[in-house]
Structure formats: C-alpha cells, structure tokens
Write a protein that binds this ligand. Structure first.
Ligand code: 6R9
Length: 651
C-alpha cells in the first residue's frame, strides 16, 4: 500500500522557481533511460570541450570484459571547465568562501579571478617539481583553500591527485603513497580543527620513511608553526607560488584520462584506489549538483564534508565550480567552539543549500534547539544529507528546527564508486519520506535482486540487494592498478550488474530505502570502514592472537566499532591493555577506526572448518540474541554463551 500520508510534498512556491517539477522529472528520467546516448550526448555539452566527442557511451558490465567509457574521443580540461570558462562573466564573483576553524579569524572570499591566479601558480610549482601528465600526486591537507588549488592544479597539468584524509595515520598515508606510486605528497605544517591541531608535516615525515626516497614533499605553511625540514626533499609551496608565473595553459586531456584516485574501504583486503576519469565524472558531478540541490546562479552552496572523501571532491570542488557556483570550504567541526557553529556560518554567509551527514545532525540534536534558534537561517532553501541512512528523528529535527518546515530535504544515496548521487529526490519535483533516498537520478537504473538467487525482483515492492543495470557517466572506471579486482568486487557476484554492496527495500510508491551494507563494511559516522582493516590492525599487535570486528548500533555514529579480541596465551586481559589496543588502532589507521568497545573473547564462534561465524558476533553486538539461528555447526557452541555473558549489554 502506498503511504502517501507520510510524504512531504514540495511547496508550490518552491516548485515554481525550481529547475524542474514532477512532470519534468518524469519526462527527463524516461528519456535518460530510453535513449541514454541522446540524453547524455546533450548533457555532456554543458561542459567546454577542446575537441567535441562523437562517441557518447561505450560501456559493458559483462563479467570478464567490464569496460566503461564515456565521451571517449572528447578532449577537455577539467580545471578550465571549473575556472577559465567562467572568467569572462564571473571573474569578480566569489568562487570559494573559506571559513577557518577559529571563528575569530576572518573568512576569505576567493574570486574566480583569484582562484585562477592561485591554481595557475600552483600548477607551475608542480611542473617545476617534475610532475608530469599522468603522474600521481598525494594530497594530505587540512580543509584550506590550498587543497582546492592543489586539486585543480593537478587537473590543469593532467596529473592524477589522490587525497588522503588528514585524519589518517602515517601508516595509512604511506600505504596510499606507495600503492598509487606518487611522485609528490602535498601537506601542511599543522591542521587546526576544533581548536586542536594535527601535526601533518611530522605525520608525513613518518610516512615517508616507508616510501621511495624520490618522493618530494611540498609543504603549505598554514599555521606557521615550526616543523622539521629535509633539505632537498621538502619544498615551501607558498614561497614557490609567489615566484611562479600566474599563467599555465590547461593541458588538453582525453575524457577518459584519470582525474583522481580515491582510496576506499571494501569488505576484504586493503583499501582500493577508486579511479575516476575526466569528462563523464565532471558532467555527472555538475548535473547532479545543479538538479539535486536545485542550485541557481548566485546561490551560496555549503557541503560540510572534507575533501578527503568523495563528497568533498564532487560537491565542494568539482560539481559546484563546474557550475560557476560559490562554494563554502569549512576548516572546522560542528561543535567548536559550540554546537551553534554550523548555523552561525549559515547565517554569516547566507548559505542557500546546506549539505551534511546524519551523524552530525544527531550529535547537534543532542544539544537541543537553542543553538539553532540563535541564528537567522532564512537563506536556506534546500537541506541535504549523505553518507548513511537518516533516522526519522534526525530527519524531523532537520526539517522542523533547521528548515522550519520550508526547506526540502534531499537524502542522497551514492558511493565513492559512483562519483555522484544515484538516488535522491529532486527538491521541486519529488515528495519525500523521512529515511528514503526516494527515486533515481537521470540515467540511473536501480534494480533489486534476490540476494541468494540473484534474480531481479520486478514487483514494485521488493527487498534484496541494490544493483545498477547500466552505466552512468560518473561511475568509477577501475581499481588503480588492478582491473581484475574491480571486476571481482563489483561485477562477479551478480552477473551483468554493478553490485553496490547495499541492501535495499522498494516500497509501494517505488521509493528506495537503503537498509545498510550487506558485506563486511561498516559505516561509522558516515565513514566507510572495512572490518577486515580494523582486524588486521588489531592482530598486528603482539598481544593479540585473533580479532573479529563488527558494527553495532550507536546513537550518534550510526554504527560503532565492536571488536572481539582473543589474546595470546601468555597475556592477561586488563583495562590498560584495552587502552593500549585502542591507541594502537588509532596509530595504525587513524582516530576514526578506534574501536568503541573491545570485548575479550577467550574463543570465537567458528565452524568446524575454522571459519568465524560473523553472523553470530553481529547478533551479540546488536543485542539480538533471541534469534541466533542455527549454531549447531559450531565447533564449540559454548563460546557463544560466554560471549553473550560478557557483551556490551551485560557489562
Ligand atoms: C557518498 C558516500 C558509501 C556507502 C553506501 C551506503 C552508505 C551513503 C547514503 C548511505 C543510506 C544514504 N550511504 N549515502 N546509506 N542513505 N543517503 O557516502 O560514499 O563513503 O563511499 O560510502 O555509504 O552504505 O554504500 P562512501
């Protein structure tokens, strides 16, 4: 049965000034799937091409020969599309508003002209360091304008950037520098955040001990604090920029030349380098930014993500700048100096579209309404969420307290791999329901498959795994250096489809509801983490014999990290050792991977063939021990009793 009563319809006033209404969405969507070549052929023209494409779509999901190409004979430059082409009309318009961590430090308004100047200079600095077309450049920076300059400078000269979130540890940074084969790493002295400071340069020094000694280190002196300096390896970026030419011609690039590699966690093994290319990615980031946020010329757009995640790539930098937007870059955190910080920034910069993660909303909700009500939020037209399912309480709070019931909420479902939104309500067109990402974006063909049989469920109401039937221009092209792994991860299990790894339900209105990952990936505060990564960090500690990690429901973070740890025979469990393991994981991966709860497990539930039955560990961590299912195949069923007796719910 349809549950229309739960729907929030766009107001007629909103729809009247929106890019598109429901009839328009239906018509455009229908065309996008019945004639993808015609549709995307037209949409690609919103970019400036040096050589126009004649090919639009050459894609196959056939396992064994997966190949995805869009606009493959077109030539363009991504930075020219984000900067140069706007200069005739927008040179004095603000491109980036930089809001520093400390609210007392003045914001910077960087015009398109200034952006052009900085990016050209930065590009010349990279060239002077020997960076060439196709070379990889790792960026390990705070949320400062130089991060945007660095990304666009790479794009300008055809280098491939790979951003590593500044919260990652030296080890994680080293792994990414080595896997991508980067020639250069760009970092800063320190990263101030929430009043605290991360020593990025010394982290980078530590990482580079594990990398080729040919890797150059470009340092942005951001806070001006003293750091170590390795002569011949370390380079002062700001100094070189001042002395560089403000002109660097954009290099003509093929549409399918890689723009960036971004590492993300999967269910197995080490993080994968997700490869995105130029023409299709930019077309898709720009089009979704325009329609999903109903972005209009002159609007101020704020996505609170970090550029270290895909959300920051597509919706702080590439999508907004391709559209000639004004985009906010925020260095801080939602709760510093207090829980009103987001709303203070919205008021100060008259933000029109605000895009954040449910975990931030839940954390802020806990501080009550007063910090929101202190500020004038009347500029806000659209509110967005991303990263994880949003619970109805948080949705309603966002809607009522932040949006005053006037701003449509766009719940956007997508992934590092997808480049841009796949499911999202277009705000003037599609009525919303709290917790549903609603309907597909143009060109996106979601299907729900039965998880076991792999058969497509064609009834409107359906539940199973979420797959995509055909390609869209923003789709990842390969895993860096490992096309086999790309095919095996996404195209092997369900032949002929792209498998998202998410479970999903489709309701009677055809609305999609993401039910969470069906693999061993957990989502902690909107950050993706492979349980295998945390496990391998734990077992790397000398005291640990074995570890199994699962997610469990966490009020603020969505999911928390629950680790079952079996110690070596000669080790005594103690609170001090727990603390030590927490610190250990922080240094191995980064603070976001620190277990929320460690349970000593004298034994883990294993089958006779020695496989850990993670299903059981998940149930215990979810306090759902009434329905354990069949445990008779366990080698030693008694371990389950012990684990239940000592779980987080028992202590
Ligand atoms: C953009 C981004 C992707 C995973 C994805 C899913 C979860 C993202 C969501 C959502 C429910 C939403 N996810 N958006 N779940 N509703 N609106 O987050 O990319 O870091 O690669 O994570 O996040 O499980 O598969 P990424």
């Amino acid at each position: 049965m349809s549950d229309e009563t739960l729907m929030t319809k766009p107001s007629p006033a909103f729809t009247a000034s929106a890019h598109i209404d429901r009839a328009g969405y239906d018509e455009m969507y229908a065309r996008s799937v019945s004639d993808p070549v015609g549709f995307w052929g037209e949409m690609g023209k919103t970019l400036d091409w040096i050589t126009p494409y004649t090919q639009v779509k050459n894609t196959t999901f056939d396992f064994g020969r997966v190949d995805i190409q869009w606009y493959s004979d077109g030539v363009l430059n991504v930075s020219a599309n984000c900067i140069d082409r706007h200069l005739p009309k927008r040179s004095l318009q603000t491109a980036i508003i930089f809001e520093p961590d400390d609210p007392e430090t003045p914001a910077q308004h960087i015009t398109y002209k200034e952006l052009s100047d900085k990016v050209n200079r930065f590009a010349n600095v990279l060239l002077s360091q020997g960076v060439m077309r196709g070379d990889r450049v790792v960026i390990y920076l705070p949320m400062i304008p130089e991060a945007a300059y660095a990304m666009l400078a790479c794009a300008r000269i055809g280098a491939i950037h790979s951003i590593v979130f500044a919260g990652f540890s030296p080890d994680a940074l080293a792994n990414r520098i080595n896997d991508s084969g980067a020639k250069v790493v760009i970092t800063a002295d320190h990263a101030p955040r929430g009043g605290r400071s991360t020593p990025l340069k010394s982290n980078t020094d530590a990482a580079l001990l594990h990398c080729s000694d040919k890797v150059r280190c470009l340092v942005v002196k951001h806070t001006g604090e003293q750091t170590s300096w390795v002569q011949g390896r370390d380079v002062d970026v700001k100094y070189l920029m001042e002395h560089a030419s403000p002109e660097c011609p954009p290099r003509p690039m093929n549409a399918e030349d890689p723009l960036f590699v971004l590492y993300t966690s999967g269910s197995t093994g080490k993080p994968k380098g997700v490869v995105h290319t130029s023409g299709g990615y930019l077309t898709y980031a720009a089009l979704t930014h325009k329609y999903v946020f109903d972005y209009h010329d002159g609007d101020v757009f704020w996505c609170t993500a970090d550029v270290g995640w895909v959300t920051g790539h597509s919706y702080i930098i590439y999508g907004p700048l391709a559209n000639g937007a004004t985009t906010v870059m925020f260095e801080g955190v939602p709760t510093y100096p207090d829980a009103g910080r987001f709303w203070q920034v919205c008021e100060k910069h008259k933000v029109n579209q605000f895009y954040t993660a449910p975990t931030a909303l839940r954390a802020l909700m806990a501080h009550g309404n007063a910090p929101v009500e202190k500020y004038d939020l009347s500029s806000i037209k659209v509110l967005g969420t991303v990263g994880e399912p949003i619970n109805p309480e948080a949705w309603n709070w966002y809607n009522d307290v932040v949006g005053k019931g006037k701003a449509p909420i766009v719940d956007t479902w997508w992934q590092t791999e997808t480049g841009g939104h796949l499911l999202a309500p277009l705000p003037g067109a599609v009525a919303t329901k709290p917790g549903s990402a609603t309907l597909p974006f143009f060109g996106v063909q979601p299907v729900i498959l039965d998880a076991t049989s792999g058969e497509e469920i064609t009834t409107t109401e359906a539940e199973g795994v979420l797959c995509l039937k055909d390609s869209w221009p923003g789709q990842m092209r390969t895993v860096w250096g490992d096309h086999e792994r790309f095919q095996e991860t996404y195209f092997q299990q369900y032949k002929g489809y792209y498998f998202s790894g998410d479970g999903c339900r489709r309701d009677a209105d055809g609305y999609y509801w993401i039910t969470g990952r069906v693999d061993d990936v957990i989502n902690v505060s909107g950050h993706r983490m492979g349980t295998a990564e945390v496990e391998s960090a734990l077992v790397a500690h000398a005291a640990v014999a074995e570890a199994a990690v699962v997610g469990y429901p966490h009020e603020i973070k969505g999911q928390g990290i629950y680790a079952y740890v079996t110690l070596m025979n000669d080790q005594e469990p103690s609170d001090a050792l727990k603390k030590e393991l927490e610190v250990w994981v922080r240094t191995e991966i980064g603070p976001i991977a620190k277990p929320d709860f460690i349970q000593w497990a004298p034994g883990l539930p294993k089958t006779r063939s020695g496989k850990i039955m993670r299903r059981i560990l998940r149930k215990i961590a979810e306090n759902d021990t009434g329905s354990m299912g069949d445990i008779s195949t366990l080698a030693d069923p008694s371990v389950v009793e012990d684990l239940i007796g000592n779980s987080i719910y028992a202590v």
